[in-house]
Design a protein around this ligand. Sequence first.
Ligand code: CU
Length: 298
Amino acid sequence: MSETRGMVLVPGGRFRMGCTGFYPEEQPVVEAEVGDLWVDQHPVTNAEFRRFVKDTDWVTVAEREPAPEDFPGADPDQLVPGSQVFTPTAGPVPLDDWTRWWRWQPGADWRHPEGPASTLHGLERHPVVHVGWEDAQAYAAWAGKRLPTEPEWEHAARGGLEQATYAWGDAFLHRGKVMTNTWQGAFPFERLRLFNGAGTSPVATFPPNGYGLSDVTGNVWEWTTSAWSPDHQGGAAGPGEHACCGPQVVTEADRKVMKGGSHLCAPSYCHRYRPAARQGQAVRSTTNHLGFRCVRDG
Ligand SMILES: [Cu+2]
């Protein structure tokens, strides 16, 4: 019993994965089938991740010195542990240049989300961030769980609503209420507050979806085990993408599908706080808007 504490049993079945009308990578809509699945009610929190690290002494990707052979031509002085941190700009900037609002921050990691001087104080219930795909895999193995595939994640995020735009329906506001932690205001400088803070929010600050899952969209992106593909032309990721069959060895260049959008998604820039939305992420590229949740076969 206890091993499914904090999880929700999502009934499996066939569903239509993907979406038309937004971004090419979500197309075409394809049929997918998933089994019954226990899914974490919310993304893994800092408090939960801390228990894992205490137990295992795991050192995350962002805490390790990058290997020079993985970054040919890089200035050796730049090869220090660190991560990407979002920084709001002072005013409007061209939205085609993400380097305006992302900075490489030496010393940023899951314990120091804004850089060396920052702490997790008050962030215990926030999703863990600055975790790479291998960190998420290691946590899942420790917890006796695994990461979801893209179809599993999307099916669970839809909450039983076939082909709805959002995890709660087709309109962004639900009965006048904002349903998820995404960017409010003009990106990337005007951040209007939805809750007591800015950036990530405590898990379950916003209402859960139809399956009882919180923060499936918005707040933080979430890792899946599916290899990145530029669209659904080849169909839904098959069982070969499944993490069930022993450790997967990845290299610096591998990209995985991440799902759900984040607190940094704004309609003017990135309308990805939707179950169908997806992006490819290099497995060791960590940021302060990417976390994960785990699953277990039902
Ligand atoms: Cu986004």
